[in-house]
Design a protein around this ligand. Structure first.
Ligand SMILES: Nc1ncnc2c1ncn2[C@@H]1O[C@H](COP(=O)(O)OP(=O)(O)OP(=O)(O)O)[C@@H](O)[C@H]1O
Length: 345
């Protein structure tokens, strides 16, 4: 059953001048980790705030647990939220901040402190329990806000970039904790991020948003391998998918699928790559160059894993190839997926 669902949701601001959400229908199943991914300003936060009840939709409905909750206040929705601006009570200690919702719900002191210590332990903030928010770093405050949401055993967890203030290492471990916590408790989670690595790592499913609309929904691997349009193809993946204009189409392939021809067996399209630059990144070689055979002359990037040790020199042309099954085709006018065409080579 869908625990959270939005139907034909529209949210306008400024008397209709801003279409923050432009007809979104989306559902998160029980226990699912759904990630909303998209560039800045695409409407992710507005969508989450509307689900939470902090914004009223211009039209459309929000359902939680199968019931229409449009019009109900946030506290009637059995959800816990953590937003970018984690509103902590400045005069309370970290511990008092975390237990606050439990206290309000009438839980016994011992029980609420046990829960708070459990959440604080998970997030590595136990040593900070007696401090005040102003004595914490941004990342620590963010973890306190997360802990406060976790102790409530909510039916639904709404998280808006809750890890944005953590450094890379802490972020990775907090992401891990969050995922494990979510799996253990099976809490339906909707998680907003503009960070595709986070989306790919956390989500059971990703909904990619662009300009107030959902462009594609699916498991990370599907969205990555079979992007619905050129927006998804280039927004997801780093470096993004290569796109080569060819006869009204764009021929797309991921950088890791453009490899020295000698290591690409089977049905393939070979292309001479005029290499102009190379970068070494975490053991991979990123090879930048220009191809001319598939379609128009286009600058592309190839990503070679450390296991491919073919010598490549900038300033030379090397024979590269893409496995035929890795090619994706898009309509160059609409950007939508299109039927494949035969390529020479
Ligand atoms: N209260 C508001 N009044 C007017 N316009 C708004 C309001 N809130 C959001 N918007 C506009 O709606 C659009 C969507 O904003 P939203 O904050 O949902 O995007 P986002 O995807 O969460 O962006 P970010 O990743 O930068 O937080 C933007 O164009 C934004 O300027």
């Amino acid at each position: 059953m869908a625990v959270v669902e939005v139907r034909e949701l529209v949210k306008e601001f400024d008397g209709g001048r801003v279409h923050a959400i432009d007809g979104v229908s989306l559902a998160a199943a029980a226990g699912e980790y759904l990630v909303l991914l998209g560039p800045s300003g695409c409407g992710k936060t507005t969508l989450l705030r509307t689900i939470a009840g902090l914004e009223q939709p211009t039209s459309g409905d929000v359902l939680i647990g199968g019931h229409v909750v449009t019009g109900l206040p946030p506290r009637a929705r059995q959800i816990a939220m953590v937003f970018q601006s984690y509103a902590l009570y400045p005069h309370k200690t970290v511990l008092a901040n975390i237990v606050f919702p439990l206290r309000a719900a009438g839980m016994e002191r011992e029980e609420r402190e046990r829960k708070a210590r459990w959440a604080a332990g998970l997030l590595g903030i136990e040593p900070l329990l007696n401090r005040k928010p102003r004595q914490l770093s941004g990342g620590e405050r963010q973890r306190v806000a997360l802990a406060r949401a976790m102790v409530r055993d909510p039916q639904v967890f709404l998280l808006d970039e809750p890890l944005s203030n953590l450094d890379a290492k802490l972020r990775a471990s907090a992401r891990d904790e969050l995922k494990r916590f979510q799996e253990d408790l099976g809490t339906t989670t909707i998680y907003v991020t503009h960070d595709q690595a986070e989306a790919m790592g956390l989500g059971d499913r990703i909904a990619v948003l662009n300009a107030g609309r959902v462009v594609q929904t699916g498991p990370p691997v599907e969205v990555y391998d079979d992007p619905a349009d050129t927006f998804v193809a280039t927004f997801i993946g780093s470096p993004p998918m290569n796109l080569i204009p060819h006869d009204g189409r764009l021929v797309g392939f991921r950088p890791e699928h453009l490899l020295p021809a000698e290591v690409v067996p089977g049905e393939r399209v070979t292309v001479p790559l005029e290499v102009d630059r190379m970068e070494y990144l975490s053991g991979d070689r990123h090879v930048y160059g220009t191809v001319s055979r598939i379609g128009e002359r286009t600058r592309v990037v190839a990503r070679l894993p450390a296991t491919v040790d073919t010598p490549i020199t900038a300033g030379r042309t090397h024979s590269f190839a893409v496995p035929a099954r890795r090619l994706r085709f898009f309509d160059s006018r609409t950007g939508q997926r299109a039927a494949p065409v035969r390529l020479d080579g």
